[in-house]
Design a protein around this ligand. Structure first.
Ligand code: ADQ
Length: 470
């Protein structure tokens, strides 16, 4: 049987469900995938070393083998804080105003991708499947091919893929996209991002896309498809019914003394639309004085990428906004926004979701958004809360029974908050039932199976990978 080799920027050593600290969407998804496949998760340790050595730190934790390397300060600055998070992340989230183009970033990105390729190469056997993740490592596959690797290799992009008109603003965009065509399978979160990618291949590279999503390039056949990621439904619902979740639920409920709770849970990132969300809630408070003192917004937002200036900026903006809004609407016994900058164990988080009458998930742009799915999974089916979801989250394509909103429109979000807080139980149940079915059926196991099936099989007919897998 082929092993699975997962490669991503960071490797997150699996934690037990009740353990402290936040785990990002990627970490949560991959740990469940790896537990069921013998294999290795390779990536950066998150640690800095004075000079890059390529030393591999191998560990085994909770059924998952990890192999990590340390990076030197210049790598971290140019590759991680630079090209990945100051160039590609904003560009892929349609923020060309925040996108920085710096030649050193591009060079650092290629250098670190080559270091990844050199370090992981000895760990890969002839018939292993290689699954690369995300925007940090787009050219890794082509570097492994240059070293003669013939294994089947797939790439899954967790972010959106931008429209061609935006992407062409990136210097050397042709080189970046061309390098991606070294993979056998290229996966996107939604048909929308897939469509943008295929549009680029057609318009900028003159390639022809087959009806099956297959593309021929330099004698190889590549498939590009949508594989919407899901949550670990079984683990999450078990957590939601745990004593830790019940305790978190009860504590939060007691603290709001009968008020209704709207909850937001997001990494502190400008793509998540937190500023607009706070302002929409403020509009709701101003427009509905009779309801204003009956609702509390709990926003949990652990800081991320603190070394990047735009992230320091958003943190300051949100602190100022929270201060303003609370200053305008609070009284001695009531503060409308509770803004918390820390991570929580997943079971506690599930308890908070369950305690909230409304899940407020309003990113300006998001590859998928797992918080929307976790909120639905955590609800009590006989008395569920209401999900308000941005139409610009990838999740909106699967979750049409949420209340979909335009996060840029304060009026729209404010009116939808009112609707959600007053929704009759029958409608809440009916919407939740449909949402729950899709969150349950299209979970992370389904996602992984679909991707690995495409990687293992040959959806585009023959190519070099088949012999190795025979
Ligand atoms: P993220 O941008 O990190 O992921 P998201 O999908 O919402 O966004 O996942 C966040 C995860 O972190 C959730 O599982 C959430 O519970 C957890 N989390 C957030 N705040 C937390 C806190 N305070 N305490 C504990 N846990 C917390 C990227 C893409 C998304 C895509 C995922 C998966 O940007 O679009 O859905 O990858 O592919």
């Amino acid at each position: 049987m082929s092993r699975l080799i997962v490669i991503s920027n960071r490797v997150s050593v699996p934690k037990a469900a009740g353990a402290a600290g936040a785990q990002g969407g990627l970490a949560v998804a991959l740990n469940s995938a790896l537990r069921e496949n013998r294999g290795i998760w390779f990536g950066w340790s998150g640690q800095e070393t004075e000079e890059f050595t390529g030393h591999l730190d191998m560990q085994r934790n909770d059924g998952v083998t990890t192999a990590t390397i340390d990076l030197e300060p210049q790598d971290i600055e140019e590759y991680y804080n630079g090209y990945a998070n100051r160039t590609l992340w904003p560009l892929f989230h349609y923020r060309i105003d925040l996108t920085e183009y710096d030649r050193n970033f591009g060079e650092g990105y290629e250098r670190v991708n080559r270091r990844f390729a050199d370090s992981v190469r000895p760990l890969i056997d002839q018939d292993d499947l290689v699954w690369v993740h995300d925007y940090h490592l787009l050219p890794l596959g082509s570097m492994l091919r240059t070293q003669g690797m013939k294994n089947r290799m797939g790439l899954f992009l967790h972010t959106p893929w931008p429209p061609t008109r935006l992407l062409v603003s990136l210097p050397f965009h042709e080189r970046l996209v061309e390098s991606m065509l070294a993979y056998d399978v290229i996966g996107f979160q939604t048909e929308e991002w897939l469509g943008s990618f295929l549009h680029y291949l057609e318009k900028e590279m003159g390639l022809e896309i087959g009806a099956d999503g297959c593309v021929e390039y330099q004698g190889r056949r590549i498939v590009a498809r949508a594989f919407p990621i899901g949550i670990d439904f079984a683990e999450f619902t078990e957590g939601a019914n745990s004593p830790e979740a019940a305790e978190a639920h009860d504590k939060l409920k007691a603290s709001v003394r009968g008020r209704k709770i709207l909850i937001g849970v997001d990494r502190l990132d400008y793509s998540k639309g937190l500023g607009e969300r706070f302002e929409s809630f403020s509009r709701f408070l101003a427009d509905n004085p009779e309801e204003a003192s009956k609702a509390v917004l709990l926003q949990i937002a652990p800081p991320s990428r603190g070394d990047v200036a735009s992230y320091q900026q958003i943190r300051e903006d949100l602190e100022r906004k929270t201060g303003h809004i609370n200053g305008a609407h609070a009284d001695v016994a009531f503060v409308p926004i509770r803004y918390v900058n820390r991570g929580y164990p997943r079971r506690q988080l599930a308890g908070f979701y369950r305690a909230a009458e409304v899940g407020l998930v309003t990113p300006l742009r998001d590859g998928m958004n797992l918080v929307a799915k976790e909120y639905v999974a955590a609800q009590k089916p006989d008395n569920p809360g209401v999900l308000i979801l941005s139409q610009f989250a990838g999740a909106a394509l699967q979750m049409e029974d949420a209340l979909l909103v335009n996060p840029h429109s304060l009026e729209h979000v404010s009116e939808t908050i009112k609707l959600a807080l007053n929704m009759p139980i029958a409608e809440r149940r009916a919407r939740h039932e449909k949402l729950l079915a899709s969150v349950r059926d299209e979970d992370v196991v389904h996602w992984r199976e679909q991707f690995v099936k495409a990687l293992f099989g040959s959806p585009c007919g023959t190519d070099h990978g088949e012999d190795a897998l025979a």
